[in-house]
Design a protein around this ligand. Structure first.
Ligand SMILES: [Fe+2]
Length: 359
């Protein structure tokens, strides 16, 4: 069963129910048929991706021993990648040795690598006007790769193999973002923020779990060989307006002007007046037609991931054939209505005449 739209992905829930009750508010577990995500991820698909040796590096393949990240040197060797750059590339025999010993595997940024993965990424981006990135997590029984945490993006977890127990906690960080203030919190602090478990659920193949950003959660394998693909979706947020204003402000001379000299007698009042004026200008700029149009275009056209788009074998006429056809159409048009043909410029006429003139 292929997934070609957001409605397919969250079926049997409707998009109306999802957007009115869950988006940004409350997690939801949507059980599905065991083969629902068969075109997105399966053992043969995982194997095929992993065997594309040259696409992996220590950044895109992460090995964890419980919650501890295994140093890349333990499973990678220096190789030259496809861009002719030196990278640490995972050595399959070392990775398999660690996996057999109980380590888990994280594969990052999979959403452009395969038709099924691309389709889900595109469906999420269209529905949520955001960017989607897919990471895959493989783990063994009772191996918890992440302690309790919240994410700075909405999560859509597609469960593909095995069974995994998820805990959703009462605690919520309101709208966290990818910023030091929200990252690398110590486990004790995360536990404190998470509070008590609000719901425990078991994910089976074909199940989908949506977790809004900021909601604390963790997960634990209940069977050997668990696989889920997690799509993280980020959207354009208020902070992005600041970047836009930074880029627009230099066009206004007021933002290029120096602040008053700190030793000036009327420094406080002059500074207050200048800052108030800049604030007024920023306020007007923030919501004027140019900012609104820019942000709308950014949301609808630019804040997207490029996925796919090639078409081989090439069908249809070549550029040369198209040009010939256009010329033929033009000639046919001229033949039908000779009166509309433009006379050739004198120079062209002379050249043609010279070419055909008897020597
Ligand atoms: Fe998470």
């Amino acid at each position: 069963m292929g997934i070609s739209s957001f409605a397919d992905l969250i079926s049997p829930m409707t998009p109306e129910t999802f957007f009115s009750r869950h988006q940004g508010r409350r997690w939801v577990h949507i059980p599905g048929a065991a083969d629902k995500f068969r075109d997105v991820m399966s053992w043969p698909r995982l194997q095929a991706l992993l065997d594309m040796t040259g696409i992996w590096s220590s950044e895109t393949m992460v090995v964890k021993d419980a919650t501890r990240t295994v140093p890349p040197q333990a499973y990678c060797t220096p190789e030259t990648d496809r861009r002719n750059q030196q990278v640490l590339q995972p050595d399959p025999s070392k990775v398999m040795e660690l996996v057999r010993a109980g380590c888990s595997l994280g594969l990052n940024r999979l959403d452009t690598l395969d038709a099924g993965l691309r389709a889900v990424g595109a469906a999420l981006e269209d529905a949520l006007a955001g960017k989607a990135q897919a990471n895959l997590y493989y783990s063994r029984r009772s191996n918890q790769a992440f302690g309790v945490h919240s994410d700075s993006h909405d999560v859509f977890a597609l469960h593909c193999e095995g069974e995994k127990e998820w805990h959703l906690y009462e605690g919520v960080d309101p709208d966290p973002i990818n910023h030091p203030a929200f990252k690398k919190l110590p486990l004790e602090e995360r536990r404190r923020r998470a509070g008590g478990v609000a719901e425990t659920l078991v994910m089976k193949p074909g199940d989908l779990l949506y977790i809004p950003r900021g909601h604390y959660h963790d997960a634990l394998c209940r069977t050997d060989d668990c696989v889920h693909v997690a799509y993280g979706v980020t959207q354009v947020i208020g902070m992005d307006l600041l970047t836009l204003l930074m880029n627009r402000a230099p066009a206004d001379a007021a933002f290029r002007r120096a602040l008053p000299h700190p030793e000036a007698e009327d420094y406080d009042s002059a500074l207050a007046a200048q800052l108030a004026d800049l604030g007024d200008r920023l306020k007007a700029m923030a919501s004027d037609a140019e900012s609104r149009a820019f942000l709308r275009q950014y949301q609808t056209e630019h804040f997207r991931t490029r996925r796919g788009g090639y078409g081989f074998p090439v069908t249809g006429p070549t550029a040369q054939e198209q040009a010939q056809a256009a010329r033929a159409r033009a000639n046919a048009g001229n033949a039908r209505s000779p009166g509309t043909a433009k006379p050739l410029p004198a120079q062209a006429r002379a050249a043609i005449m010279g070419a055909v003139k008897p020597r």
